[in-house]
Ligand binder design. Sequence first.
Ligand SMILES: [Zn+2]
Ligand SMILES: [Zn+2]
Length: 396
Amino acid sequence: MSADGLKARVTDAVDRLAEELEALSHRIHDHPELAFNEERAHAWLVEFLEKHGARVERGVGGLPTAFRATIPGSAPGPTIAIMAEYDALPGIGHACGHNVIATAGAGAGAALAAALGSLPFAGRVQVIGTPAEEGGAGKVRLLDAGVFKDVDAAMMIHGRCGTQVWRPSLGIIKAKVEYFGQAAHASSWPWRGVNALNAIIQLFVSLDLMRQQLRPEARVHGVITNGGAQANIIPEYTSAEFYLRSRSVVYCRELARRFQAAADGAATATGCRAQVTVDPTVHEPLRANPTMAGLFAKNLEVIAFPEDPDDGQAGYGSTDCGNVSQRIPTIHPYIRISPDGVPGHSREFATWARSPLARAGMLAGAKALALTALDLLAAPDRLAAAKADFEKEEDS
Ligand SMILES: [Zn+2]
Ligand SMILES: [Zn+2]
């Protein structure tokens, strides 16, 4: 069969699965589950993939809500992974649209299995269910557990207010700070207390001043996770969590150094003791892969789902997919699931993640992922070019 004929069979299969995929996307959206607790989404996605002919392993990499579904090829060969995320955010549900990522990825795998049974090329496609993108760095756990060991190239889509095949992402170092003071009556003996909330406030002020001298794409932001117990007690213990982000891990480490100095300074100023704990898991920035991005963009043309110009109105987020992209050739294209200008992690975006636009973006994502995986398996020189891209030096 010609390459075009093969692609048409796969896109037709996605269209035949459209109702089932949309229902699955809505079901996941209606039952938001937080990082590492995505039990229902895991069960529904696994069931869907098995029903359409993929061979599924549950709980891979030691994570109960991870999975790996394999669509075999005609002979041993390279492995192309399609990643699926399905965790939600605390309090605001599927405001990152991971229900769309999940169903686009599972839809790609199910369409390949349903249309072709096994692929007419050497190698295989795997749909890897990756839990806990929001804050849990689930992909780092799966990388460490060897789940991506045999993967030659990986890809996923993410919903956004526009379709852009390439957008950078920021690295993150996460830091927690705790201040230890001394409790006392806030009215009758305030001079006998050491105020741990003052230390946190001083730290926020210092970071706000520091921000003036940071590189434009750096981001430092935090929340107070414990600000004291009651207004009539001088807080003896407070805590806060921060993300320190930038385009390079090297600069993230510089931010961590300055953060430590600011935290120590706030302790000195207030007479508290500071304890800074830096999360050993570093989120790495996305590494570009122009070859794979080019194939994906061509497939968007094939299915008449156009790329949008980036309006430059938004900054960059981060993803644990960045860590995958620093190990193997990877792409993380964005697909439109909302009108222009709707921020991710907003209640408005959560609503759009369950809309006709989300359905269109999810089906386009499923098609473009499946076709790009076929492109990489059909011609070994394309995969070789993707690997050559990966080997190129990047600026830090
Ligand atoms: Zn998110
Ligand atoms: Zn997300």
